[in-house]
Design a binder for this molecule. Sequence first.
Ligand SMILES: [Zn+2]
Length: 82
Amino acid sequence: MAATVQSILQEYFEPFAAKHPLSLEQRLAAERLRDCRTPALGGHVVGCPEGHVRTVCCNSCRHRNCPLCSAFAREKWLAADR
Ligand SMILES: [Zn+2]
């Protein structure tokens, strides 16, 4: 499996942060990217209006630098006619 920004943060952020001083903004950004779409950020129920399908999805972090959250906008931008 390929490494992602999130998988790297999940494995190495806490040991890194323990050794290196980070600003509050840096810590919060790294934590949001690490926790994006995991139970750490909570979840919501998604389903069809008729109630046939219902599932629980984990919340996104919505951080401007998150590769997971910006994926749709990136694909939309790439697919747009220019
Ligand atoms: Zn995100």
